[in-house]
Design a binder for this molecule. Sequence first.
Ligand code: NAD
Length: 519
Amino acid sequence: VLATVSPTLYFENPIDSTQFATSSPTTKLFIDGKFVESNSSEWLDIHNPATNEVVGRVPKATQAEMVAAVDSCSRAFRSWSETSVLSRQQIFLRYQQLIKDNIKELAKLITLEQGKTLADAEGDVFRGLQVVEHACSITSLMLGETLPSITKDMDTYTYRLPLGVCAGVAPFNFPAMIPLWMFPIGMVCGNTYLMKPSERVPGCTMLLAKLLQDAGAPDGTLNIIHGQHAAVNFICDHPAIKAISFVGSNQAGEYIYERGSKNGKRVQSNMGAKNHGVVMPDANKENTINQLVGAAFGAAGQRCMALSTAIFVGESRDWLPELVERSRSLRVNAGDQPGADVGPLISPEARAKVEYLIQSGVDEGAKLLLDGRNVHVKGYENGNFVGPTILSNVKPDMKCYKEEIFGPVLIILEADSLDEAISLINRNPYGNGTAIFTTNGATARKYTHEVDVGQVGVNVPIPVPLPMFSFTGSRGSFRGDTNFYGKQGIQFFTQIKTVTSQWKAEDATVTSPAVTMPT
Ligand code: NAD
């Protein structure tokens, strides 16, 4: 039996972290339009990464609770899929306004649980909001195709129809943007949605769910469960779930892709990255250095599109001292402190891994131009901080090059030509994002055509596509056929039905049975 409780502290006073620390509020499940306390005996602590204080707890939902959530989605699908497209559009028009009205509250929750700076957290919400705004164009996006008169009196047309119950599994690094890549597009197409946020940052998704309910989404159209492996296995196996969207690490993404696909589900899986920025000697030096520093160290490097690897071509390598000085000037601090540029990493384990990979680079012969280990952040001595770090002389066989570091570490390689840089990037197993810095159009064109990476920026360090396009990914960074949002997102969440109809005039009767295929 699911016990209904009053809304969680996440909604009433999500910001007072001292209150969180002492009372450790519980994160509710969202089932059939109600925020309910889990009956689970297994709970995980949620930490503020700037202090490592416990700010809340999240349950591993029980089997019965997960079944109740999917059943609710299945029931709601019957009426939601028949709701007029204009009604669904109206709900998302209201939703985008509610997200705008609550952007600061959402951002505070993100900073509390994830650690990024408040300004960056607002950016996180804003980029997700853009997807919701795009979802409001569903009346055009979901159009089918028609071809009249394919033969005498015969017309063919297609409908795009929802799939049923769809599910999303999200990572910790974009608590607003990535869930908003998932359920708004799925739901506006007429599907109902089961969301499993990252167990490390569930608060923002809970507030997003509350706002969607306030916007008028009927009970059961969005359900939220929490947990880790068992919840993911449940999603991969439950027969009512028709499609899974995953964003996160390769370890989890490959697994979910395989298990979900084996069970006959559509799966789109966005995974890890090692994004290279190529610096040509003809680039605008000032812009390039600033863009590299921002893209390598923003969000403490915990972005799948962070430019974590720079390849300096030819004499652009002379710019390294200025790059180091600019990086050194960034302020490392708790995300809610004024002037903070670089916040903490998500956990002590993440910090240990980043520090280990820095040391492995040093041990394997890289040059440590800037060392962010042992950074001291006054008042936040227990936080998971690593300051901007730069390793040069890195070679492709070093561990720090081969592994995704996911921290504020920029590693630097050198190349003698653009061809050498492209070849290096195309040999890397990942293909998420990349950027080239140049003032030469022909160089930029060659690069964009030859590099095998999903998102390519030309003098744009983090080229995350706006929602009228799709977020893609190549090679080890993506599994699946259709990508997130944009036209591909609509394709992912719909199936095509093709209708061929013949309406003959009354006097044109079919006079004999046709036993051969029409030619
Ligand atoms: P993660 O894979 O640890 O967790 C993501 C989700 O999967 C969580 O909900 C978690 O509960 C679940 N999970 C974790 N391990 C699992 C396992 N072994 N089996 C089943 N489920 C599991 O990822 P994270 O640490 O939260 O996020 C960081 C990663 O996400 C980085 O690799 C980053 O590059 C990637 N990422 C990719 C994109 C993209 O669009 N390509 C965007 C953001 C983040």
